[in-house]
Design a binder for this molecule. Structure first.
Ligand SMILES: Nc1ncnc2c1ncn2[C@@H]1O[C@H](COP(=O)(O)OP(=O)(O)OP(=O)(O)O)[C@@H](O)[C@H]1O
Length: 262
């Protein structure tokens, strides 16, 4: 079997200080093989975003290891950390706040491609390429975020992350602010990009139906513990943990609900 691109073992994270300190991630194991998508699912507060932040070096683990491309990432020096952050691109939850309102879409993508030489002229072809990949016209590059709908902005955020050509994409609740039809559009787009580009992705969501749509495997997080993991169809059809069943029961439209039907 192929070596994982990301291999998290026994990861512990504590947050807060003194008496207010809380054990947020409790020995989390998770791995993502190249070209596959792992869905990370759990209710609000289960620790999903904390895990994402630990992966990109924004939160310091208190135990365990994070191997990325075979290399331990904890204790990296600033320069190596900067490089790691480029190789792992996060698509954020909120398309409204993740784009600078004063910058055109072209400027935002150019800056992601090369923060030191972020001229649109230099990167015009690349910007067009990535806009086309997310089904946006080339003239989107000259426009500002407020001119786009929520779904279009999330496409732009995806284009901006992919333009860096990362090894791993972390999508953190990227459809939760969108209506059902737009969610389905974004998920279909991700499915196509996974196929066409062979993306490797950690797809975080509290919604199991959404996770099923794009993931090969799923990891279920409950109060900072992994309670279940495995191929997505197995976990859906024969959930081994009561909490997974509860998440399935809480899917809007019932456990058999599929977004394709929208
Ligand atoms: N700085 C902090 N100090 C103490 N506790 C924190 C801190 N930041 C987050 N937490 C707690 O950590 C837990 C996990 O939060 P996290 O945001 O990772 O969960 P989540 O599963 O991503 O939830 P959501 O989907 O609501 O973002 C929560 O109980 C939260 O209150």
């Amino acid at each position: 079997m192929t070596e994982p691109l990301l291999d998290v073992r026994g990861l512990d994270v504590h947050l807060g200080h003194g008496a207010g300190q809380a054990h947020i991630l409790k020995g989390v194991d998770l791995s993502v093989r190249p070209g596959t998508t792992v869905g990370l699912v759990g209710e609000s507060g289960s620790g999903k975003s904390t895990l994402a932040k630990a992966l990109v070096g924004q939160v310091r683990p208190t135990g365990g290891s994070i191997l990325f491309a075979g290399r331990e990432t904890s204790g990296l020096r600033a320069r190596d950390l900067w490089q790691l952050r480029r190789r792992i691109q996060m698509v954020p939850q909120d398309p409204y706040s993740s784009l600078d309102p004063r910058r055109t879409i072209g400027e935002a993508i150019a800056e992601a491609i090369d923060p030191r030489r972020s001229s649109i002229r230099r990167h015009r072809t690349t910007i067009r390429h990535w806009l086309a990949q997310v089904s946006l016209d080339a003239d989107a590059a000259e426009r500002y975020p407020h001119e786009f709908s929520g779904g279009q902005r999330q496409r732009i955020a995806i284009a901006r992350a992919l333009a860096v050509e990362p090894d791993l994409v972390i999508a953190d609740e990227i459809t939760s602010a969108l209506d059902l039809t737009t969610q389905a559009e974004i998920l279909n787009l991700l499915s196509r990009l996974r196929k066409d580009l062979g993306l490797t992705m950690l797809f975080i969501s509290h919604n199991l139906a959404v996770v099923r749509h794009v993931s090969d495997e799923v990891v279920v997080l409950y109060h900072g513990d992994v309670v279940e993991s495995g191929p997505v169809d197995t976990v859906f059809e024969t959930p081994g943990h009561g909490y997974t069943q509860k998440l399935l029961d809480s899917v809007p439209g019932g456990p058999g609900f599929r977004l394709e039907a929208v």
